[in-house]
Design a protein around this ligand. Structure first.
Ligand code: HEM
Length: 418
């Protein structure tokens, strides 16, 4: 625990101590923070990367305010700073910040984003919807065939992985290798924030080498996939660099497979925690779109993103100095009782449901239509064929404050009578 705010102020937990996230996102901790210190300065602790503190935004209103002003809150870096990005730990400018789409500022950010948008619009997705639907049914059938399975590996991971592989042009037979690499780099299993292990470094290197080969093959014989599109594109008359395309490949592979898998799993846990909800959804398919939004809100699988203040200003009654790190906790905003009545209740009829699971503003998740489609198809396939899902062992959560997720969830799935 650490002291924050004025002397005698509330004692708040260390948000950089990953043990706090060992059993999933600590919602009760953030409920206290929203009530007592909606915006506060988190001083550095022994766990905090760079030895530098950061601001913590916990409410829906303040999260919206920060997300709405990318000029004031940079996703790359504050002027003159050598490190930045959207993680608490600084990444060197030119390595992630200023190169990765999500860690870029306008005007380059918008120009880069425009190249990718046509491939992920609902219109483009309609061409793959039937294929994804039949893939979802096969995934659920295969898992039912097994009887007992790991819901994460056998159900939740598969469609996002297959879909994103298709989107970026990765051969399906390679998808599980990429899945392993993405897992090893995103989970802080056996390491702390800002640290790498031999395993995580090796995974990153293998993924990088794979991306280089993939890019070379797309240059030789381009297809209609995203990597081919980007490899042929220009911004201000200049082609994108090899490094930029490589980083995009890493981003899409990780963002595309891991967040959706986690939202399906944590969302399902939300449903199962509410007695009778499975049956209710099965009996009334019109509830599925609302249930998917609740799964997204419940899971909030990207719990926070960071920004860097580009100038000194006031926010929520505090003075934020130029260069300060500002973290926006979407997962907390999504349980904000000022916006969501009974926020811990899974309510598929919640309307409106202005959750921020996909962020907000200029960096709003590019893959949101795809993620929503995948979640809908998987949920529909499950409701169609599965009478009930019983947990047969403990849920093992990922150890991370950046990616809420589940490593393993042993279940028994019982088939509906035809
Ligand atoms: C349920 C699943 C998903 C969740 C919860 C999620 C969450 C998010 C969030 C919170 C952001 C905003 C980051 C920020 O403001 O700094 C974001 C951005 C992004 N997401 Fe997702 N995402 C999901 C699925 C996907 C998928 C399937 C893809 C790719 C196919 C994807 C690609 C991206 C990209 C490229 C960005 C950066 C956009 C930009 O900076 O303009 N995401 N996502």
């Amino acid at each position: 625990m650490l002291e924050t705010g004025a002397p005698g102020g509330p004692t708040t937990p260390d948000l950089t101590d990953l043990d706090l996230f060992d059993d999933g996102f600590p919602h009760e901790v953030f409920a206290d923070l929203r009530r007592e210190t909606p915006l506060f300065w988190h001083p550095p602790t022994e766990h905090t990367p760079d030895g530098v503190g950061f601001w913590v935004v916990t409410t829906h209103e303040l999260a919206r305010e920060v997300a709405a002003d990318p000029g004031l809150y940079s996703s790359a870096a504050a002027p003159g700073q050598e490190g930045g990005g959207t993680l608490i730990e600084d990444l060197p400018v030119g390595l992630g910040p200023g190169v990765l789409l999500n860690m870029s500022d306008d005007p380059r950010h918008s120009q880069f984003r425009k190249l990718l948008t046509p491939s992920v619009l609902p219109k483009a997705l309609r061409t793959i919807e039937d294929d994804l639907r039949s893939r979802s049914r096969s995934i659920v059938d295969d898992a039912l065939e097994k009887g007992e399975c790991d819901f994460v590996l056998d159900v939740a991971a598969e469609l996002p992985l297959q879909a994103v592989s298709q989107l970026i042009g990765v051969p399906q037979e390679d998808r599980h290798r990429l899945f392993g690499w993405a897992n090893a780099t995103l989970d802080y299993d056996g390491r702390e924030l800002g640290q790498a292990t031999e395993r995580s470094m090796q995974a990153a290197a293998e993924m990088y080498a794979y991306g280089a080969e993939l890019l070379a093959s797309k240059r030789e014989s381009p297809g209609s996939d995203l990597i081919s599109v980007v490899a042929q594109a220009t911004i201000d008359g200049q082609p994108l660099s090899e490094f930029e395309i490589q980083m995009l490949f890493n981003l899409l592979m990780a963002a595309g497979s891991e967040t959706t898998r986690n939202s399906i799993t944590l969302g399902l846990l939300g449903i199962l925690a509410h007695e009778g909800m499975w049956q209710r959804l099965a009996e009334d398919p019109s509830l599925v779109p609302g249930a998917v939004e609740e799964m997204l809100r419940f899971a909030s699988s990207t719990p926070y993103n960071r920004r860097s203040a580009t100038r000194t200003h006031h926010l929520g009654g505090e003075t934020i100095a130029a260069g300060d790190k500002v973290t926006v906790w979407w997962a907390s905003a999504n349980r904000d009782e000022a916006v969501f009545a009974r926020p811990d209740v899974f309510d598929p009829t919640r309307n409106p449901n202005p959750h921020l699971a996909f962020g907000r503003g200029g960096h709003f998740c590019l893959g949101a239509p795809l993620a929503r489609l995948e979640m809908t198809l998987v949920l529909e396939a499950l409701l169609e064929s599965v009478e009930r899902i019983e947990q047969t062992g403990p849920v093992e959560y990922s150890r991370s404050n950046k990616h809420s997720g589940v490593r393993r969830m042993p279940v028994r799935m019982v088939k509906r009578d035809d």
